[in-house]
Design a protein around this ligand. Structure first.
Ligand code: KIV
Ligand code: ZN
Length: 512
């Protein structure tokens, strides 16, 4: 029987656990809309108990999304489950995902609980979640290092208690494909009521095996895969959605299930959106969504592809959305065309003022760059949303002198808490001088962990999208900025990161 493979996207939850990748409510809604356009089955929107902001973000996604199921994560605790139930109350289709660790090391060292107490708490959590929705998922955290006998006991009990999906996480990315497939096969065979629930998998990529492990589990009977766009996620990330989906779609000769419901042409636009919002650039040789994934460098390959595409291509670039980044607007486009295209991309405005502010930015950009692509529009919306975060520190002016044989010098004027302040500095390059000039005013003491520039479209008039990662007292934030001038984009990104690092942090991490 060729079943449907359920695609459960956790970009907004596990993806958000990547260092510095936290997303605002508006950003989550934008990504959720893109996932809905892709027709993913389940969108895990966050961990509602983590903070009031996380609760609001999950609620906003739940209230917006109509076609996909919206899921909220909850530890196996009453207060977590109640908060998730509350956040999801407005969803067209809601799922609560509750979990507790089952491996000896997690039970002894983290939970300090006996296996029987863990089992009891798991059952109680599922029963409580069922009060809010009929769609309840249970995960035995660190299942990949749990004892199969105990896993079987727990899974049987939670399915009896009402879990409709049981998810087997390889939390620390320790498993190997054959072993993980065998574990899934063993669980499906040994759990007496296995036919009453969907078996799911959630693999981390610490050994680079998340996709391979997930696919092995599918061959062994799993019918849901938890994954993220671009493989974003805790530490080395999760299984990449685009790789799982395209592997199953391309190798229908092997897989006993299908992903025919997924609109794969939305993959590349969604990948770019997630990368622009989180500041996590996609490596050029990344499968499916990397810039080189469909580029043929060698003359022999090009010749072959020109004669017959199938000689070197197993998928078509257009099937995953590589041609979707259309040139859509230009200098003469009006407000209506601007609003309409953004609505098609899932971006709407709460008020005419917001639309007007974004349209002014669009006109400024169109003066500098004649052809505006979808990715430019997405970056423009990201920039507009960043303004809400950039409350304390704003860029007023920047002047940079860079000349052969001379040390670059930057003069920066910032508005800090309503007061204009200027600073000047020299540096190894114009960006270094700019960051030092900003620091001479702010004195944050934060450590620069990452600086990266990406061109949003091709061509030398492209906007540069800059990510700056700062660390201070163990807290990590990513700042973003975009501009046709990459030094200005860099200054914007640095200032955005500073604004984030000064925001109070009051979030709980689900797995700590
Ligand atoms: O990796 C993991 O175990 C998780 C659980 C919360 C499912 O993310
Ligand atoms: Zn995880």
């Amino acid at each position: 029987m060729n079943d449907k493979l359920i695609i459960f996207d956790t970009t907004l939850r596990d993806g958000e656990q990547s260092p510095g990748a936290s997303m605002t409510r508006e950003e989550k809604v934008r990504i959720a809309r893109a996932l809905e356009r892709m027709r993913v089955d389940v969108i895990e929107a966050g961990f509602p108990i983590a903070s009031p902001g996380d609760f609001e973000a999950v609620k906003a996604v739940a209230d917006t999304i109509e076609e996909s199921t919206v899921c909220g994560l909850a530890r196996a605790l009453d207060r977590d489950i109640d908060r998730a139930g509350e956040a999801l109350a407005g969803a067209a289709s809601a799922r609560i995902h509750t979990f507790i660790a089952t491996s000896p090391i997690h039970m002894q060292m983290k939970l300090r609980m006996s296996p029987d107490a863990v089992l009891e708490q798991a059952v109680a959590a599922v029963k409580r979640a069922r009060k809010y929705t009929d769609d309840v998922e249970f995960s035995p955290e660190d299942a990949g290092r749990s004892e199969p006998d105990f896993l079987c006991r727990v899974l049987e009990a939670v399915i009896d208690a009402g879990a409709t999906t049981v998810n087997i996480p390889d939390t620390v990315g320790y498993n190997l494909p054959q072993q993980f497939g065998e574990l899934i096969g063993e669980l499906i065979t040994r759990v007496p009521n296995a036919d009453k629930a969907v078996f799911s998998v959630h693999c981390h990529n610490d050994l680079g095996l998340a996709v391979a492990n997930s696919l092995s589990a599918v061959l062994a009977g799993a019918r849901q895969v938890e994954c993220t766009i671009n493989g974003l996620g805790e530490r080395a990330g999760n299984a990449a959605l685009e790789e799982v989906v395209m592997a199953v779609r391309t190798r229908q000769d092997v897989f006993p299930c299908n992903v025919a419901h997924i609109d794969t042409t939305q993959i590349v636009p969604c990948s770019r959106l997630v990368s622009s919002i989180t500041g996590f650039a996609v490596q050029p040789n990344k499968a499916i969504v990397g810039a080189n994934a469909f580029a043929h460098e060698s003359g022999i390959h090009q010749d072959g592809v020109l004669k017959s595409r199938e000689t070197y291509e197993i998928m078509r670039a257009e099937d995953v959305g590589w041609s979707a980044n259309r040139m859509v607007l230009g200098k003469h486009s009006g407000r209506n065309a601007f609003r309409t295209r953004l609505a098609e991309l899932g971006v709407t405005f709460d008020s005419e003022e917001e639309l007007n502010a974004a349209f002014v930015r669009f006109k400024e950009l169109a003066d500098k760059k004649h052809e505006i692509y979808d990715d430019d529009l997405q970056a423009l919306v990201t920039e507009t949303n960043l303004e809400a975060i950039n409350e304390r520190i704003k860029l007023v002016a920047l002047r940079v002198c860079s000349e052969t044989g001379e040390t670059p010098e930057a003069t920066v004027t910032l508005n800090v808490d309503g007061e204009e302040k200027s600073g000047k500095s020299r540096g190894g390059g114009p960006v270094d001088a700019t960051f030092k000039a900003i620091e001479s005013i702010v004195g944050s003491g934060a450590e620069l962990q990452l600086y990266s520039v990406n061109n949003i479209t091709s061509g030398t008039d492209s906007q540069g999208e800059v990510t700056v990662r700062l660390e201070k007292d163990g807290r990590i934030v990513n700042g973003q900025g975009a501009d046709t001038d990459i030094v200005i984009a860099s200054a914007k990104a640095y200032i955005n990161a500073l604004n984030k690092i000064f925001l109070p942090e009051d979030r709980e991490h689900p797995q700590v």
